[in-house]
Design a protein around this ligand. Structure first.
Ligand code: DON
Length: 313
């Protein structure tokens, strides 16, 4: 298994990252997400690749400071906070950990357990959001924002325009929220759970932030630069497990076979992947494949995994 920034001198790691970046740069396949108007307005050919080691080295290619919204990459983070708020067993009574093989926005529950199949599809993610503790919506969102900021090692902010755009057009997610309420999976006001989910998806990040979030997961829940803990080690294990089996949606099988790392994608074009104990990888490139995963994000992770022999399973 390759070790980057450790047995590999920094300049070798930098060279490999630059080579992978150059290889993927010309790939213009895929389309922007356009079901949320604000996401269709981004620059389609943005591309950056950033790798952070669990001992705090950061390597980058492309503009790793370009800002985009975290989207579904928020799902494992919110799931982690729900686990911290309620414990593994209580959350498991609401959300299963089985791969669904379905699109991320499928309006479905497991027919036998009447639970969302996993926390990475929207039904599971809206349930995770409903479990975040707080006296009111502002406190619940602030707890999420602070949690994500601890992973990233800097204060993150809400993209108001993307949030407004999601809130205006998110009828399918509202349908999922009300379905969850009708099965008593969501116990409070489903519109508040869905609103919190829209907000969490609309947090601004850069690929450097995502690489540090991934490195925090690789480092057992502690941000390698700030040394602040974002998540307890036993919960990191659970979060990485569901990222492995469910993080890339109905593309999860191919991903495990070809890349072999726990990962999560978002329709903002971000991909985050983790080599436990070693590195966090982030890619930003907004053109998506049919599963809603970044085309160059998947390609760059596959190339990095192959070149550095990171395949984990
Ligand atoms: O429509 C939603 O649910 C989004 N705001 C988040 C979806 C997402 O990122 C799916 N990922 N590939």
């Amino acid at each position: 298994m390759g070790r980057i920034g450790d047995t590999e001198p920094g300049n070798v790691a930098e060279r490999i990252i630059r080579e992978v970046y150059t290889l993927c740069r010309e790939n213009r396949a895929g389309e922007l997400a356009d079901y949320i108007p604000e996401l269709a307005a981004v620059e389609p050919d943005e591309f950056s690749l950033c790798v952070a080691t669990s001992d705090g080295h950061v390597y980058r290619a492309g503009n790793a400071d370009t800002v985009f919204t975290i989207q579904s990459i928020s799902k494992p983070l919110t799931y982690g906070l729900a686990l911290a708020d309620h414990g593994v067993e209580a959350v498991a009574r609401k959300i299963d950990v089985e791969p669904s093989g379905e699109p991320f926005n499928e309006i479905s529950l497991d027919p036998l357990t009447e639970r969302p199949r996993n926390p990475m599809i929207n039904a599971g993610a809206i349930t995770s959001a409903s479990l975040i503790r707080g006296a009111d919506q502002a406190e619940r969102f602030e707890r999420l924002r602070r949690c994500y900021s601890t992973y990233a090692g800097r204060e993150l902010t809400l993209n108001e325009d993307v949030y407004a755009s999601e809130a205006r057009t998110g009828h399918r997610n509202r349908a999922i929220g009300h379905m969850l309420r009708s099965f008593d999976i969501v116990e409070g006001d489903p519109d508040l759970a869905v609103d919190l989910y829209f907000r969490q998806c609309s947090i601004n990040v850069t690929s450097r932030d995502l690489a540090l979030m991934a490195a925090t997961l690789a480092n057992n829940g502690v941000n390698p630069l700030t040394r602040q803990r974002a998540l307890a080690p036993e919960l990191v294990e659970r979060v990485l497990s569901v990222m492995t089996s469910c993080g890339m949606y109905d593309g999860a099988g191919d991903w495990i076979a070809e890349v072999g790392l726990p990962a999560k994608s978002g329709v903002g074009g971000g991909v985050l992947a983790v080599l436990p104990g070693q590195i966090g990888i982030a890619v930003h490139s907004p053109r998506l494949d049919s599963h809603g995963n970044s085309v160059r994000g998947v390609q760059a992770c596959r190339e990095l995994s192959r070149t550095l022999e990171l395949h984990f399973m």
